[in-house]
Write a protein that binds this ligand. Structure first.
Ligand SMILES: Cc1cc2nc3c(=O)[nH]c(=O)nc-3n(C[C@H](O)[C@H](O)[C@H](O)COP(=O)(O)OP(=O)(O)OC[C@H]3O[C@@H](n4cnc5c(N)ncnc54)[C@H](O)[C@@H]3O)c2cc1C
Length: 466
């Protein structure tokens, strides 16, 4: 990937970090003929996105699937990846929640709520009152918001496990405005989540999307895993003739030049200079790099929490797992007092990723509420996961294939006061000409959000007079 282009580069921009955000910004900037270099500490591009095939098992290191959107469909067609995509198995619509160590399917429609063992009559009564509940006048946590609008039962058995599944977070700390802004906006605009949901369903029935439009909301991946996307972005950057990606080249320090622009030093002793510097590294890494230049900015960035998570890929013979694995996976609510956050039925989600007669499960353990569970030896982590998953899934014996990927800083937590903190960071960073801070710690943690944020940043820079 250390491609070089013949003429010496007059660099507009240096991007630090070749995760989804850095690659997206780089791809859209090189399309605008901006010349850039991306410095990446690791030996591969992709950051949290990585796919590895070994002994017939195709596993993901971080994210396992993407949600289709028109913007993503457009990017895939630009990158010529249309024929590489695979849709998730339709049974993945079914999601299980563990209750008293039993997997219970989440109700698939409003009527099924009445017979679901997840919710009591009291829970349904609280839900029925939702359209008349007034918005709050202060910033709430997700737990406060859900308790107020939907009741404790829905918090415990529906929202809490989803918050664990997406953020590995704590609903008692995450800010509803920052972490689930669309739901917060629905309350502000419609006054009721239920009324807005009904209106959306009626509108979709009255105006069905044309069949030529990409299937919005569908989960998908690529035949060779999600890394196909980040590899394709990297290939497009280097083949444009305007961009280079330097792997195993960690940025070790940076200096703001008195005549404008930035000088970047790498751990190998190389020096780069450019007008614009985009940092797409985790907030704590950006803080370390910016500390000598701006200790206030560094202190603000350091306030962002990143709990550890371990991703545990386990391969079993089909007969070792009693559960039919007929769904997306199983989420484990905090009420169950387990250490594992949830498990994906990976071999159900996408076919042909295991040797014949085998199944693959990907469990996630640790997170904001139980960070210590992600730490320890592989044996210790596996034991915790098997203790938690064997009762609900009927797992017998150890996995025959095991790979544990540790993420010491897995997912930034958008906690109470987050939007105010981001505003302070924005104001402080604006003191530095040519400095841009991006990454999954702002404007969404999903891969799709990072792609859009990288693109928006590139559009902003392209408008800047050079
Ligand atoms: C376990 C897990 C599961 C997830 N599941 C999903 C999912 O199912 N769906 C979904 O949409 N999202 C999911 N996400 C979130 C999503 O993958 C991330 O938010 C997104 O990929 C982050 O991209 P990024 O470019 O902002 O950051 P990163 O991917 O963290 O990239 C930052 C890059 O900076 C590099 N770097 C660090 N320090 C330096 C330095 N000093 N110099 C140079 N380079 C440096 C790193 O090596 C890395 O490549 C998951 C994340 C994790 C960890």
């Amino acid at each position: 990937m250390n491609s070089s282009i013949n003429a010496p580069l007059t660099i507009d921009t240096i991007i630090v970090g070749a995760g989804v955000t850095g690659l997206s910004a780089g791809y859209h900037l090189t399309k605008q003929s901006k010349r850039l270099i991306i410095l990446e500490a690791a030996a591969r591009v992709g950051g949290a996105v990585g796919s590895i095939t070994e002994q017939g098992w195709l596993r993901e290191l971080g994210p396992n699937s993407l949600m289709q959107t028109p913007a993503l469909a457009d990017l895939l067609s630009q990158l010529d990846l249309g024929t590489e995509t695979i849709e998730a198995n339709p049974v993945a619509k079914k999601r299980f929640i563990s209750k008293n160590e039993h997997p219970v399917a989440l109700p698939g429609n409003p009527l099924a709520l009445f017979t679901s063992p997840l919710f009591s009559l009291g829970d349904l009564w609280h839900l029925a009152r939702e359209p008349w509940i007034k918005p709050a006048s202060f910033e709430e946590t997700i737990a406060q918001f859900v308790r107020r609008r939907l009741g404790q039962g829905f918090l415990d058995w529906a929202v809490d496990p989803f918050v664990s599944g997406i953020y590995a977070g704590d609903p008692d700390r995450l800010s509803v405005q920052a972490a689930i802004p669309k739901i917060y906006a629905t309350e502000c605009e419609s006054g009721s989540l239920i009324r807005a949901g009904i209106a959306r369903m009626q509108a979709a029935k009255a105006n069905p999307a044309p069949i030529t439009q990409p299937a919005k909301g569908k989960l998908f991946s690529f035949k060779n895993g999600l890394q196909t996307l980040t590899d394709a972005l990297a290939a497009a950057i280097t083949s444009s003739g305007n961009g280079e990606i330097h792997l195993q080249t960690p940025c070790s320090s940076l200096v703001s030049n008195t005549d404008g622009g930035w000088t970047i030093h790498t751990a190998q002793g190389k020096t780069y200079t450019a007008t614009n510097l985009i940092l797409t590294v985790p907030a704590a890494v950006a803080a370390g790099l910016l500390e000598p230049t701006d200790p206030t900015l560094a202190e603000q960035l350091n306030r962002i929490e990143y709990p550890p998570v371990a991703s545990v890929v386990m391969g079993f013979s089909r007969v070792q797992v009693a559960h039919p694995l007929d769904g997306f996976g199983l989420l484990i609510p905090s009420k169950e007092h387990k250490q594992t956050l949830g498990v994906l039925f990976s071999s159900t989600l996408f076919a042909d990723r295991t040797p014949p007669g085998k199944v693959m499960l990907t469990a996630f353990i640790g997170g904001r509420q139980k960070p210590e569970a992600a730490l320890g030896t592989d044996d210790e982590i596996l034991q915790r996961v098997l203790n938690d998953l064997s009762p609900p899934l009927g797992i017998k014996g150890p996995p025959e294939f095991l790979r544990i990927q540790s993420w010491p800083r897995a997912i930034p937590q958008y906690e109470l006061g987050y939007l105010a903190l981001l505003e302070k960071i924005e104001t402080q960073a604006a003191h530095w000409q040519g400095l841009y801070l991006a990454g999954n710690w702002r404007d969404g943690i999903a891969v799709g959000d990072c792609l859009i944020n990288g693109q928006k940043l590139a559009e902003q820079l392209a408008k800047k007079p050079s």
